[in-house]
Design a protein around this ligand. Structure first.
Ligand code: CA
Length: 505
């Protein structure tokens, strides 16, 4: 078989994606000759497209031609105008509820069951929460010593992780939107990987108090250290070491047990996307997601600005009016948030996305939602909220990788699957991250950073179900602690970047 030159996704499309770099003059098919050099992953016109006419990919209008485009021409981001975003009021719901989902190869995994009956842990970690950035310097010194002197005594504990963040003081704590960073910190303190052990360090004069972080029953001297109550640095370190020693001893008793998939919650996101992401990595992730949901697991997908332009397709998959209404509310909240900052959705994509052939946010959104598979959407969450239902859930978060991660962790994910086209060394300290790449070239470039290569779909060497099943199996192996993901092996951890849409004072 001759090597594939281009990929057309939908019957209606008048553009296709170059599988590799195409030289000007190459015959793509009868009657279509490349008008210019076309970079890999970029679009080529399959028809003449006069100025003002639709450019169609994934069967939807991704933009309108600014000038006349000739058949065989390279189409880049400077050549199309954005269509208006679809309205969110009166979206239809429950009109596309797919029941026929792929059967998962297994329905159990091995995790750390939690005492309160919530989702199970995938790792066994001592999390040290802080109420304010001011406490971070002391906490970091203490954690270094804990890792050196205490952790080796407790072989069943994987790690000690400080939750350092920029919130806590110098913030408008009563601003309406401060509920988002506060909710994030409250929920992350109870992350399933922490096994119900709470350890909190405050300074003593901050706006975000221990009372705001913890429920009353949890605010005990066994769980909380206030630095301003202690006499000097040595006493602080001593107090933190003693508390950590007790918590580690308890965590060391935790053992993995065989659990049903309904005890597992994972998150999906993508970063550094290219035009292949929507036809290889994201559909493979969607297939794995469908298998997980069919087996009873909970899967979150997020990134509001990457859903906004295809929101009507998400609305159709909401199980009822309540879920669809919350979806609309989250979209409207984000529209206003962007408007207040005097930007619009054209602020996403990035220069790298564009270099990877993604012309605008509509094209990016169509590829992005493929990671949600086809399952019905049972719930919509505000940023950092915890789910009340099991199944596929849209968890509203920014698309920014480093902000989406902490939001999903606060919602309680035990693992994140991360699709990339351009490559990023992204990782989370609290939960393993599995990387899926969209192109074979990406896998060659970063073979030791990528866990699963979905590029084989574009080269015709594997199908979406094959790569989707491989990813499902990898999720189960990594969640069960039988394997580490590449980012986890190298301890690649991004900072805990809170989403704070409220004001700094
Ligand atoms: Ca992202």
């Amino acid at each position: 078989m001759a090597a594939l030159l281009y990929i057309k996704v939908n019957e209606k499309d008048n553009v296709a994606i170059a599988v590799n770099d195409i030289k000007a003059g190459t015959v793509l098919m009868q009657g279509i000759v490349a008008g210019q050099d076309i970079p890999q992953a970029h679009k080529v016109a399959l028809n003449d497209i006069p100025a003002g006419k639709e450019i169609i990919r994934y069967g939807v209008i991704i933009g309108y031609a600014i000038n006349d485009i000739k058949i065989g021409d390279w189409i880049n981001e400077t050549m199309l105008d954005l269509p208006v975003p679809p309205p969110v009021d009166e979206m239809s719901y429950a009109t596309n509820l797919v029941k026929d989902l792929p059967e998962p190869p297994v329905r159990t995994w091995e995790g750390y069951a939690n005492p309160n009956g919530g989702y199970a842990g995938t790792r066994n970690i001592l999390g040290i929460n802080t109420t304010v950035q001011c406490a971070t310097s002391v906490v970091n010194v203490a954690v270094e010593r804990m890792k050196r002197e205490l952790l080796p005594k407790y072989p069943n504990v994987d790690d000690i992780v400080p939750i350092n963040h920029a919130y806590g003081c110098g913030v408008a704590i009563n601003a309406p939107e401060s509920k988002i960073p506060i909710r994030t910190l409250r929920n992350v303190a109870k992350h399933p990987n922490f096994g119900g052990e709470l350890m909190v360090v405050g300074l003593g004069c901050e706006k975000f108090t221990v009372e705001m972080l913890l429920d009353e029953a949890d605010r005990t001297s066994d769980n909380v250290v206030i630095l301003q109550d202690l006499k000097g640095f040595a006493a602080m370190i001593d107090e933190l070491m003693k508390m950590a020693d007790k918590k580690l001893a308890k965590l060391n008793e935790r053992r993995r047990v065989n659990l049903s998939l309904s005890d597992l919650m994972i998150g999906m996101q993508c970063g550094g996307s290219d035009a292949f992401s929507g036809i290889t990595a994201n559909p493979a992730a969607g297939y794995a997601s469908d298998m997980l949901v069919h087996g009873g697991a909970t899967v979150l997908f997020s990134e509001v600005t990457e859903v906004r332009d295809s929101v009507h397709l998400i609305g159709e998959r909401c199980i009822d009016e309540v879920v669809c209404k919350k979806l609309a509310d989250e979209m409207k909240w984000y529209d206003r948030y962007l408007e207040n900052g005097e930007v619009d959705r054209s602020a996403n994509p990035t220069p790298g996305n564009k270099k990877g052939g993604l012309s605008n946010i509509v094209e990016k959104a169509m590829g992005s939602i493929a990671k949600s598979g086809t399952s019905p959407i049972v719930e919509v969450l505000s940023p950092a909220e915890q789910p009340s239902k099991k199944g596929l859930i849209f968890a509203a978060t920014p698309a920014s990788d480093i902000v989406c991660g902490p939001c999903q962790l606060a919602s309680g994910i035990g693992l994140q699957v991360f699709m990339t086209g351009r490559g990023t060394p992204y990782g989370l300290a609290l939960a393993p991250v599995i990387k899926v790449c969209s192109r074979n070239d990406m896998k060659d470039m970063w073979s030791d950073l990528i866990d699963v290569n979905a590029g084989l779909i574009a080269s015709g060497d594997a199908t979406i179900p094959e790569v989707g099943t491989e990813l499902f199996n990898r999720i189960i192996d990594v969640a069960s602690g039988r394997m580490k993901s590449q980012a986890e092996k190298y301890r690649l951890h991004n900072d805990f970047c809170l989403f704070n849409p409220a004001l700094i004072t």
